[in-house]
Design a protein around this ligand. Structure first.
Ligand SMILES: [Zn+2]
Length: 419
């Protein structure tokens, strides 16, 4: 890591520290101050936002990923062309050589669940801020050498930015076979393991069978929904808490606290809530720390479960990320069933159920995988119960003997959409 970049990280860390204090003292005032700065310095140079940069946030259009990507060329403040950026990022993924830049900016693709990949564009300054956030809020500063095993679909020089004398970053390519990972991680003996829950569970199983013998001090779950069941399995075997990070191409949004809830980083984000019911909401985010690719009233595709946390932070607490909007089962007459009910129904059948998947194949037909298989009938009855409580009847569930998981993509237990 270059000296210059280290200085940038150090300054970002200081800035973060004071922003956090200012936020906890007076959340509204702090956010307003940062928002005005974004209006002045960022939005005036974005062709898309220039015309209403002096308006109140509430007057800005809400955009979802589709519109956001469509307007990419006019939203970003550096005049970067989306075709060119995607081309560079794709070529880098294909060659597995992950340091693509365009005009000095880091460019990367994020994992989309339904094929709609996002494109992110960050400056050196933003990269330093990201590293500072990771160090301060997730990994923690320590003055001894630590090794990180990072399981990812695609690496990026955003991630390798944390590489330094004290932190050795080891990228594990999710496209490689598991056996290879196991022998490599055994040799590495990482202090910190970062990966998606489906992968962490595989590591836990290998540890249980003594295929590997690891003693990590931190396990960090990213990318997929961490179900209570998976959390229990991983924590039970490695004997440490699993930390959760809520991160996507839209930025570092939050991380879990000592009490196990996830706090959204509101000292740098304005979160508007679109309520689905009394507890669940879809977040609309405005990122107060992004300059190159302004994120203003960006509607996420996630369902978050609001809660109160007793840890003392004023930053918005959520008990879980329940899944994506695509995981919600919607039947005729607008009967809606949240994925969490299905998950709880299946895992509640028997504590021995350690893997499952429900895939909708038509309006009233599903494929279901349950492991161990002997609990399949019980699980089926439990799912039908949940559905009939919502007056959804005449459902057909068919047994399948293999899960559906395309290598390198996020694993989803519930597929609610069919085509
Ligand atoms: Zn908390």
């Amino acid at each position: 890591m270059k000296f210059n970049f280290k200085i940038k990280i150090f300054i970002s860390a200081l800035r973060l520290y004071f922003q956090r204090i200012a936020f906890e003292r007076n959340p509204k005032k702090h956010q307003q101050k940062m928002w005005r700065k974004v209006q002045r310095q960022v939005l005036t140079v974005s062709p898309f936002y220039k015309s209403f940069s002096d308006k109140d946030l509430i007057e800005f259009p809400i955009q979802e990923k589709k519109q956001f990507m469509k307007n990419f060329n006019v939203i970003n403040t550096k005049g970067i062309d989306i075709k060119q950026a995607i081309d560079i990022a794709t070529r880098s993924e294909k060659s597995r050589n992950f340091s693509p830049t365009i005009n000095g900016l880091t460019v990367g693709l994020s994992t989309g669940t339904s094929g709609n990949k996002g494109l992110f564009l960050v400056s050196k300054q933003e990269r330093a801020m990201w590293v500072a956030l990771i160090l301060q809020r997730i990994i923690g500063w320590k003055f001894r050498k630590r090794k990180i095993a990072f399981f990812l679909r695609a690496n990026s020089n955003l991630y390798t930015s944390v590489q330094s004398k004290l932190l050795a970053f080891n990228f594990f390519d999710l496209l490689n076979p598991l056996d290879e990972h196991l022998s490599r991680i055994q040799k590495l003996q990482p202090n910190i393991i970062v990966g998606q829950p489906s992968l962490l569970v595989l590591l836990a199983e290998a540890q249980k069978k003594s295929v590997i013998k690891l003693n990590p001090e931190k396990i960090i779950s990213v990318a997929e929904v961490l179900s209570p069941k998976d959390k229990e399995i991983i924590e039970g075997i490695f004997k440490i808490d699993v930390q959760q990070v809520y991160q996507c191409s839209e930025g570092m949004l939050g991380q879990s606290c000592k009490k196990g809830n996830i706090h959204l980083n509101e000292d740098g984000l304005i979160i508007e809530k679109q309520w689905i019911d009394k507890e669940r909401f879809i977040p609309i985010i405005t990122d107060l720390r992004r300059n190159i690719q302004p994120i203003i009233r960006y509607k996420m595709n996630d369902i978050l479960h609001a809660t109160n946390c007793s840890c003392g932070s004023k930053m918005l607490a959520i008990s879980s990320i329940e899944g994506r909007m695509d995981d919600i089962l919607i039947f005729q007459e607008n009967k809606i069933i949240f994925p969490d009910f299905i998950r709880r129904a299946i895992t509640g059948t028997n504590p021995k159920i350690d893997n499952y998947q429900l895939i909708r194949i038509s309006d009233r037909k599903f494929n279901m995988f349950i492991n161990p298989e002997k609990y399949w009938n019980q699980a089926k009855a439990a799912v039908l119960d949940v559905l009939s409580m919502k007056d959804v009847d005449d459902i057909d569930i068919i047994k399948i003997s293999k899960i559906r998981h395309e290598k390198g993509t996020k694993f989803r237990r519930i597929h609610a959409k069919y085509n």
